[in-house]
Design a protein around this ligand. Structure first.
Ligand code: GLA
Length: 378
């Protein structure tokens, strides 16, 4: 569907067929929140919503790209990149970082489209970055290394766009496998594809609230985690076990709460990976619930709407567990239910949330999809 649509659009803008179509997915994090920048563990999965780019190489160093969703076009020269504002900065940032890493890039003509809701915490920006990286890699003859491309994309976001994110979103978009979550060590970037339990649906519950202060609160949490690591004499909070943490002293009450979330969350991710392997959904659900409580009470990155939607989900007898997902303060929660109950669960949570908050939730019952890939295309 998307392939045909984007091919047609490319033709109408450039009067030729595209040479390649690439796609990179958004992600939902199952568990392991705010652990990535503490060198810890995360368990995200790529969702079946993505960014697509149809492109054809040019003989010069110009990149021309049309956003079908925003209905605007942008162009830049790979040899004279300068910072500006707007959607195309993600693309320029990746081009800049690829060249900084030593790659010679070819210019291209392209159209881009996507179906990841923007600003919802489902990593639409990481998807744009990875689709861009794959577009350049495909036409410039660069061998695709998921971890390396994720790091380059993260640098684009940190240094070009100016958002201080960790590595989880880019790794999930780059390295995921269909049907699996990505069990990732954010220190070494080693990962395993962890098959999702049979007959289980991952349900994304979008509160439809968006918060403006995410960036400053995110940086504040990062600083508090760094302070805790420094005071505990470790490189990162990843290096502290739950037992060691309980015996430790010297942290202020606030920093202690922040650190307790990270230390216990890392332990929950490790246990969640085991529970998935053992197909122990009950335990997995309990870990989801515990993660939410920790994010709400210790890390304090939840919000009223997120708490309400999570409670509405947890109150459903068919729900194994639910938690806020992503950076927090608004956006989405994630819940686990049996596949056969997913539709009814979605309806019941939407109705209960509407009654409690007065807001309309958007619900996505999603499938774990493949990471960034070249769409088969003739
Ligand atoms: C955002 C960041 C990620 C990660 C999460 C919280 O999505 O981009 O790197 O830190 O927040 O887990």
């Amino acid at each position: 569907m998307k392939t045909q649509m984007i091919e047609k659009s490319f033709f109408s803008y450039f009067n030729a067929k595209p040479k390649f179509i690439v796609r990179a997915p958004g992600r939902v994090n199952l568990i392991g929140e705010h652990t990535d920048y503490n060198d810890g563990f995360v368990l995200p999965m790529a969702i079946d919503r993505a960014v697509w780019i149809a492109l054809a190489p040019r003989t010069d160093s110009t990149v021309r790209i049309r956003s079908l969703d925003l209905e605007v076009e942008a162009a830049f020269d790979l040899h004279s990149l300068s910072k500006d504002n707007g959607w195309v900065e993600y693309i320029k940032g990746v081009a800049y970082q690829l060249q900084k890493a030593g790659y010679e890039l070819k210019g291209f003509d392209a159209v881009m489209t996507g179906d990841i809701p923007r600003g919802a915490g489902l990593s639409s920006s990481a998807a744009v970055e990875l689709a861009t990286a794959l577009a350049f890699a495909t036409i410039s003859g660069i061998t695709w290394n998921a971890a390396q491309m994720a790091k380059i994309s993260q640098k684009a976001e940190n240094e070009w766009v100016g958002v201080n994110c960790g590595i989880m979103d880019q790794m999930a978009s780059a390295a995921s496998k269909a049907g699996c979550a990505l069990f990732l060590d954010c220190r070494t970037l080693e990962f395993q594809h962890a098959p999702l339990p049979q007959n289980i649906s991952v349900v994304i519950l979008d509160t439809s609230t968006r918060r403006g202060l995410v960036d400053s609160a995110y940086n504040e949490r990062r600083n508090q985690c760094e302070e805790a690591a420094r005071k505990l004499g470790v490189k990162a909070l990843r290096d502290v076990s739950v037992e060691e943490f309980e015996k430790s002293s010297g942290l202020s009450d606030l920093v202690k709460k922040r650190a307790r979330h990270i230390v216990t969350e890392n332990a929950r991710v490790l246990e969640a990976a085991q529970a998935m392997k053992a197909e122990n959904i009950i335990r997995l659900g309990q870990l989801f619930n515990a993660s939410h409580a920790s994010l709400r009470d210790d890390f304090e990155v939840s919000s009223e709407a997120l708490n309400q939607i999570v409670e509405c989900a947890q109150e459903q007898p068919t729900c194994y567990g639910a938690r806020m997902t992503g950076a927090g303060f608004g956006g989405c929660a994630v819940a686990l239910v049996a596949e056969e109950n997913a539709q009814k669960f979605a309806q019941a949570v939407s109705a209960a949330y509407k009654q409690r908050s007065g807001l309309d939730a958007a619900v996505y019952i999603c499938k774990a999809s493949e990471g960034a890939s070249l769409v088969k295309y003739e």
